[in-house]
Write a protein that binds this ligand. Structure first.
Ligand SMILES: Nc1ncnc2c1ncn2[C@@H]1O[C@H](COP(=O)(O)OP(=O)(O)OP(=O)(O)O)[C@@H](O)[C@H]1O
Length: 253
């Protein structure tokens, strides 16, 4: 794969915390238009790598490119501006605002008017159509007017997805999109990620191997900050090194 076909590429990426290497010389290529999973035992460095790729942490060494452009050391907003958006595991919704208002605000934040918060009521009407499309996409059309504080957990996570999609990302990073979900919400989320992956590149972290197997074109397995294996889901799940890494984790649990 050439770098031009890579949506996201990390080369020799490391992050040290007071001498401890949480991410160690990681090379990663995420093909444009693919769905790429990052997996690994607890503490493998997945979240740290995510934070590096989105500018929330600065790498100790190494480079990151987005569609061939060097973004190493840029601020999170600058990397977002290059078309990379991320979701968070922790909910940050306004309890009293409904899904439509959340998505309209997110759409507004992309425009120059985003800073003029005091004018927002008049301006938000411009975004109603797109907001409806996004809420429809994530399955919240019927709940558009319900205060977010009253939504069920899975619905809140779907709303977060709509908010991230409002940024019109080319590359979407999802941090444990099915964490804490029951089986029905997990299935719904798999379908949702499939829909939103059309025309986008998706990188996600998930501990649920059913989710990984259902969605990922490529899987990178991390262990102790290093890339342990990479390939299709079937290739990595049968890789003896991967099996040993996970069995090792189970025996320490
Ligand atoms: N800010 C920090 N300061 C010091 N050590 C850190 C910091 N952030 C992460 N670490 C360490 O780096 C290692 C990797 O952590 P990280 O959270 O990236 O792993 P993970 O693969 O996301 O784990 P999990 O699956 O449990 O979320 C861990 O040993 C962790 O304790």
């Amino acid at each position: 794969m050439t770098s031009s076909s890579a949506a996201l590429r990390a080369s020799g990426l490391s992050k040290e915390f007071r001498g401890f290497r949480a991410v160690s010389a990681v090379d990663l290529e995420v093909a444009a238009g693919s769905v790429h999973a990052l997996v690994g035992p607890n503490g493998a460095g997945k979240t740290t790598l995510f934070n590096l790729l989105t500018g929330f942490l600065k790498p100790t060494t190494g480079t990151i490119t987005v569609f061939g452009e060097d973004v190493t050391g840029l601020q999170p907003e600058q990397i977002a501006h290059k078309g990379v958006a991320r979701s968070f595991q922790i909910t940050s919704l306004f309890e009293n605002l409904n899904p439509r208002e959340h998505v309209e605000l997110a759409l507004q934040s992309r425009t120059r008017q985003g800073r003029k918060f005091w004018r927002s009521e008049k301006l938000l009407g411009r975004f109603t159509g797109r907001a409806s499309e996004l809420l429809d996409l994530v399955g919240l059309a019927e709940l558009a007017e319900k205060p977010a504080g009253l939504l069920a957990y899975g619905q809140k996570r779907a709303l977060e997805m709509a908010i991230v999609l409002a940024l019109e990302p080319k590359v979407l990073l999802l941090d444990e999109p099915t964490a804490g979900m029951g089986i029905e919400d997990v299935h719904r989320t798999i379908e949702l990620v499939r829909r939103i992956a059309e025309g986008r590149t998706v990188v996600f972290v998930d501990h649920n191997m059913h989710v990984v197997g259902s969605l990922a074109d490529r899987v990178t397995v991390l262990q102790q900050g290093k890339v342990l294996a990479e390939g299709t889901y079937d290739e990595v799940r049968t890789d003896p090194r991967v099996i040993t890494a996970y069995l090792g984790e189970a025996s320490h649990a």
